[in-house]
Design a protein around this ligand. Sequence first.
Ligand code: NAD
Ligand code: GLY
Length: 367
Amino acid sequence: MNANIQNVPITLGDRSYSIGIGTGLIEDPQTYAAAPKAATALVVTNTTVAPLYAERLIRALSARYPSVHTVVLPDGEGHKTWQTLNLIFDALLGHGCDRKTVLYALGGGVVGDMTGFAAASYMRGVPFVQVPTTLLAQVDSSVGGKTGINHPLGKNMIGAFYQPQLVVCDLDTLKTLPAGELSAGLAEVIKYGPIADPAFLDWIEVNMDALMARDPVALAYAVKRCCEIKAWVVGQDERESGLRAILNFGHTFGHAIEAGLGYGEWLHGEAVGCGMVMAARLSQRLGLVDEAFVQRLALLTARAGLPVKAPVLDAVDNAGRYLALMRVDKKAEAGEIRFVVIDGVGKAALRGAPDALVREVIDACCA
Ligand code: NAD
Ligand code: GLY
């Protein structure tokens, strides 16, 4: 047993698994003791992460699997496509991988989402392990089984719910993360406070400087608490028939920003950070929270190095452009946009809002 590891369980019946959080995990063969045994493992990573961590992972896995292959994908959200997904299938088939082959996703959310989707569909399903190397992936995307790719007409529109067998969050990997990516991950960290845990929101406020300075103790606590909250939500609503939608706080406005500016212009986490401020403003206009809460969230988001002023997406009808983009959100029903709003700090709800009010919010947030 590795002494540096803390485990957070995800309880989903026969799809239950554990999230291991700690340091020095990637290179330790014991880390993977709970992963399925097989003749073959395939490590899926990208051109940025491979030179940093692939060798360590492959060495550790070689103690467990007689053959370990690797496929290195191009880096970036723009490559979260069918074409790139096919590179994983090419590698699986090219190496003669059978239905027991275990896929290892080594990288951020893009690699994790694509590897999970490949695992869900190769030979109708093979096991996979998440080894997330960004803060965003450690606190959110590697946990809970949402997998998929983008379509030119919508983000994450093609995918499957498919749980990993194990998640390994090695905090050491966060040392090499670019500053902007750390901030993007902090957006998802902040998210968990308003939606579920007022005490955690207080903790983030006190510890934001330490998080920005990559203090290992602060990062370890943040990753663990976020995973616990996500485990609690996913354990009750794996397939998002209700409660799980609260994890999308800030994402409805955020997805409109990402799509409206063009994918890659703002990082996903940057758009979510700004989107949370917009959703907080909407909550305030709906009478659910006070002005002080909006100011508090905006200040915290700015301290995380994230934008809080929304971008103008259309010079002629900006609010109309936001509304059109938000109508293709997965939470929309029969064309009605549904927002995650904060109904008192620590409690989130999903609801619609009149277009006129949403227009006012967009105008206020872009000003
Ligand atoms: P990402 O995967 O693009 O990684 C960000 C950048 O950091 C990339 O250039 C990557 O190569 C690089 N990188 C990764 N680890 C590194 C490290 N340790 N050191 C240096 N560089 C490193 O982006 P992300 O923010 O991790 O994930 C965003 C994606 O996750 C989006 O596609 C989003 O839709 C998805 N997502 C999915 C879920 C889910 O529940 N499945 C939740 C949230 C987000
Ligand atoms: N990131 C949102 C979810 O996992 O549901």
